[in-house]
Design a protein around this ligand. Structure first.
Ligand SMILES: Nc1ncnc2c1ncn2[C@@H]1O[C@H](COP(=O)(O)OP(=O)(O)OP(=O)(O)O)[C@@H](O)[C@H]1O
Ligand SMILES: [Mg+2]
Length: 96
């Protein structure tokens, strides 16, 4: 079955995008879905919130967007079962 893609985006800051992403991913995984979060915010709060330290972000969403890495190469499993993440770094800020 093709994956469903859910986008959590809003121009306004501090309205719960990251909180929703982490909790929705965890809830979906808890009912048996396999979830990949693609963190496209240079703040990287979803990555940090799921326990991925900045030093573990060797390959990031930036590398995927510029064609220097595949999603498979960038994805890291988190400590939440069945939740993986393509982490973000400040590289996204520099490229905007
Ligand atoms: N449903 C909610 N009820 C109450 N507080 C919430 C809720 N969702 C998020 N918050 C709180 O609101 C604040 C902002 O949440 P969050 O960081 O998820 O927003 P954001 O939209 O990702 O922000 P940013 O624009 O900085 O990325 C946090 O302190 C978070 O704990
Ligand atoms: Mg956020």
């Amino acid at each position: 079955m093709a994956p469903r893609i859910l986008t959590l985006a809003n121009q306004k800051g501090g309205v719960g995008k990251t909180t929703t992403a982490i909790n929705l991913a965890t809830a979906l995984a808890a009912i048996g879905e396999r979830v990949l979060i693609v963190d496209l915010d240079p703040q990287g709060n979803a990555s940090t919130g799921l326990g991925i330290s900045r030093t573990d972000r060797d390959v990031s969403a930036y590398d995927v967007l510029v064609g220097e890495a595949t999603v498979v190469e960038a994805a890291i499993m988190t400590s939440v079962p069945n939740v993986a993440i393509v982490p973000s770094t400040m590289d996204l800020w520099a490229s905007s």
